[in-house]
Structures are given as C-alpha cells and as structure tokens.
Design a protein around this ligand. Structure first.
Ligand code: UD1
Length: 419
C-alpha cells in the first residue's frame, strides 16, 4: 500500500495542466455500450476508476485498447449483461452501465453498489425512471435485475437532482421509442459532455445543461471521436491549494464557466483571480478570509470541493460555516484535520471551522476520494511532516497528483509501505 509524505509550509508556484474529467469519462465509457462501430476517446484520465469501468465493459464484450490518454472501443460480438459485485463494490459509478445495457441488450444484471463512506447513496431514482420507461425490475440477492423487450419514452420527474441518475436515463432514452422528458434533471457540465458525445454519434437530445432534457428515440448510434472535458474538480483542488500563503498557480486547460461558484468564493476569501486564454491564474491572499459555503447541485458549490475548501478554512482568519447538503456523511476528513490541530465542530450537516495560524503535520488516513485531496492540501499547509495512508482513494480520481504538486514546488512524495 502506498503512502504520501508531505513536508509542508512552502509556497506553490507555477503552472498545472488539468486532466480529463473522471466524472465525464465514466458515463462516456458506459455510453459506448450504446454505439455500433468504432469509438475513439481522447483526454481519458489514467485513474483506478477508469480501469474499473474498462474491466466492466470488457466483461460485457467490448474490445478496448488504450495508449497514453486515448482509448479505442469496439464491440467484440459478445453481449454480456452482468456487472459483478467484485467490480461494482469498488466504484459506485458502475451503476452507469444499467441504462445502456438494458436499452441495447434487453436485460441487465448489476450488483447493488451498497453504501459508501460518504453516505447511503440509494439508486431508487435510476430504477423508478427505468420502470417508467417500461422496464421490469427486481432486486434480489444483492443485484438489480432489469428486463425490457422495448423501452418506451416517458415523462420522468426527479424528486431529487441526481447526476448519474440523469445520465443513466439519458443514455437509455436514446434507444426508447418516442419522446422522453427528464424533469428536474441534473445540470452538471459532465451531463452536457455526455449528451454532446451522444449527439455526435447520432442521438437526438436537447436541453442538456438545463433542468429539462428532451430525448427522441430510438436512434442507432455510430462511433465517433470524442475528447473528454477537463476535470473541474481537479482544477478546483489546485485553485484552492493556490490560496495557501505566498502561492500563485496558473491552472491550465479548463473551462472557467464550470468553476463560477468556486471562483466567487475564493475571491471573497481574498484571492486574486485572472481568467485568460491560458487558464485561470490564482494568487493567494495576504491573509485568507473565512467564508461560509453551502454545497448544492451545479451551478452551486460542488460537494466534491467541500473537503478541500474546509482544509483552506482551517488556516483562514475567523470562522467558517460549512453546510453539506448533498451527502449525509461527508465529514470523514474532519477527524483527520483535527489530528493536525484544526479547530472544527460538526453539528448535523454543518461544520464550524475556526481558523488557526498553522496546522501541524501528523500521520493521517484518507477515508474517501475527495477527503484525501483535502488532506493533501492540509499537509501542504502544515508545518512539518504529514504522512497520508490509504492513498488508493486518491488514485481513484486524481491523475499523478503528487507529481503535479511537486512541479509546483511542493515537497511531496509517494512511498511503498509493507505491512
Ligand atoms: C455524482 C458524482 C459525485 C458527486 C455527486 C454529487 C459521478 C460519477 N459522481 O455522484 O462525484 O459527488 O454526483 O454532485 O458523477 N440520490 C437518491 N436516489 C438516487 C440517486 C441519488 O436519493 O437514486 C441522492 C443521493 O443519496 C444524494 C443526492 O441524491 O444525496 C445526489 O446524488 P447523485 O447526484 O446521484 O450522486 P452520484 O450521481 O452518485
């Protein structure tokens, strides 16, 4: 198992190139199940979650070859319909194969993802939507089994905004007969990327990026060449790190409009932000001001950046109230930050952070993907040595994170540990 070791309290300076978005690449890979012909995908990040999705798709009969950040995907003729527990348990987003499998192969058997560190994360909205489109669904022995000879278009209202729920139904609807309307759909930029890729393959979709998406089906989908959008969460993580004392980072290759809520917040904290054709330049404030955040679906403040923002608030002036409105248990990083000296009190879905001058390095443990990015930022801010264990969490979603921070001047390394 690997550990990341950081000798903190040094300014970060330079340029960082952002990788392709994990949360766009996963649904786009799942969507290749819907296509006939060759797909060529670019800007695919090299991550553990992508490997899991590739393993799932290979088990379902896709031929996948990859080199650098590119992938070619094509059917090999076998039409598997099962997503086994061994793979699904390592990545909840495996549920994204449910809609495409059902739509193309008439049935799907997908292991229930179960809970995860950040909450129960049910999939009832995915199932309700597919039922409305005519699928027969049963949940037995830990698996969802769905069947449909023919899906039909339907009007589906999401009681709660769900990103992968919207994506699953959007993909299935491309093969349903008639019109599908997704109401109160998620508006995340990753949904636009998926929809645009499907349209490039021949799908008829309008409204992606708004809360009402309309899909006309069925349309046979060809292959296409697609470059995955940049990762706004990775970009946001570096932008937050750029607010640490005396730092200045140019974050390259991103879409500034995907990061509005964070840009506004970091400016309120005192950072100087300049947007140019090269990217977003973030210059640290002389003194970081505390600010409150409320996580919300896009375009609100992303829950996937809550933990990293909290790390910054531990060394800000004043107090910050952080409300987590999406996942009930997404404060696992608090205990670890407290081990580094942070002053944080959690009450229900709120955390009150009282800023200190400095954190002190300590041995700590990553608990989930975004929590581990928070701990890296805390380690960079802290005086002394921080050792982060269980970094396999970070490898699920951040490509070469320690190399990227090292290039910015951080003293950070990865070591193999034998237990
Ligand atoms: C996606 C992202 C994840 C991000 C999250 C919220 C991917 C691969 N993952 O996760 O990084 O943190 O969006 O922005 O894109 N819910 C239900 N029933 C359902 C589905 C969801 O109650 O059927 C609830 C969830 O428990 C949660 C909320 O809806 O409280 C939002 O979850 P959702 O948007 O579905 O998250 P994911 O798509 O799993």
């Amino acid at each position: 198992m690997d550990k990341i070791i950081i000798d903190g309290n040094r300014p970060l300076k330079g340029k960082v190139k952002i990788s392709g978005a994990k949360n766009a690449a996963l649904p786009i890979l799942a969507a290749t199940l819907l296509t006939h012909g060759k797909m060529e995908l670019h800007n695919i990040p090299q991550l553990a979650d992508i490997k899991t999705m590739v393993a799932l798709l290979k088990g379902m009969g896709l031929k996948i070859s990859s080199w650098a950040n590119k992938m070619k995907v094509q059917s090999n003729g076998y039409a598997g319909t099962t997503a086994p527990y061994e793979l699904v348990k390592t990545m909840r987003a495996s549920i994204l194969v449910l809609g495409p499998l059902l739509a193309m192969r008439g049935k799907a058997k997908v292991s229930l993802p179960g809970g995860c560190a950040i909450g129960a994360r049910p999939i009832d909205l995915h199932l309700k939507g597919l039922e409305a489109m005519g699928a027969k669904i049963k949940v037995e022995h830990g698996y969802v089994e769905a069947e449909a000879r023919k899906l039909k278009g339907a009007k589906i209202y999401f009681d709660q905004v769900s990103v992968t729920g919207t994506e699953n139904l959007l993909m299935a609807a491309t093969q349903a007969h008639g019109t599908t309307l997704l109401e109160n759909a998620a508006r995340e930029p990753e949904i636009i990327d998926l929809a645009n890729m499907l349209v490039a393959c021949g799908a008829k979709i309008s409204g992606a990026g708004t809360s009402l998406i309309q899909i006309e089906g069925p349309t046979p989908l060809t292959g296409c060449k697609w470059s995955v959008m940049p990762d706004r969460i990775e970009a946001g993580t570096f932008m937050i790190a750029a607010c640490l004392p005396k730092s200045q980072i140019m974050v390259q290759g991103i879409h500034p409009e995907d990061l509005e809520a964070l840009i506004v917040k970091l400016e309120e904290c005192g950072a100087k932000i300049e947007i140019s054709s090269e990217g977003i330049q973030v210059k640290a404030p002389k003194k970081i001001k505390s600010r409150d955040i409320n996580t919300a679906p896009f375009p609100g403040f992303a829950t996937d950046l809550q933990a990293q923002f909290m790390a910054l608030m531990t060394v800000a002036e004043g107090s910050s109230l952080i409300r987590e409105n999406i996942f009930e248990n997404r404060f696992m990083h608090v205990g670890e930050l407290v081990r580094m000296g942070a002053d944080i009190k959690v009450e229900g879905n709120s955390a009150i952070v009282r800023g200190l001058k400095q954190l002190s390095g300590a041995p700590i443990m990553a608990t989930d993907l975004r929590a581990s990015a928070c701990l890296v930022i805390a380690g960079l801010a802290a005086e002394g040595i921080t050792e982060i264990s269980r970094v396999y969490h970070i490898d699920r979603g951040y490509e070469k994170i320690e190399k990227k921070f090292r290039k910015l001047g951080a003293k950070i390394k990865r070591v193999k540990v034998k237990y």
